[in-house]
Design a protein around this ligand. Sequence first.
Ligand SMILES: [Zn+2]
Length: 135
Amino acid sequence: MVRNISITISRRARQVEARYLKYKSKHPECTFCKIGKKGNGNEIIDETKHFWIVTNLFPYELWDGRKVLTHLLVVPKDHFHNIDEMTHSERITLIEILGRYEKRGYSFYGRAPQNASRSMEHQHTHLIKVEELGE
Ligand SMILES: [Zn+2]
């Protein structure tokens, strides 16, 4: 018999969530469009012609039921709402980026615009590294 099943799939630590809600209320504009510009706090890990790879300012503590070690975001430099709006070449680049990070132990996740949990309308893909086998 299975007991005590947790339904928490992903979450931020309470303090991080509070910081995130405060930040969102102060910045109603699209902050992803400000990556690479002065005043944006996301640390840029890497970039291609069309994408930023940045740290998530408000990382999850838990994802897929596991402790999160690193939480990055792949953010297109243009304000796309979904992958379908990208050119073929941009889509290929996105998959290449995901493949590069997958090889390094990152899982990836992107919410559809219709998903009520999605808080930014600017398309983005989460790159999440959780504790690994044997840890
Ligand atoms: Zn944007």
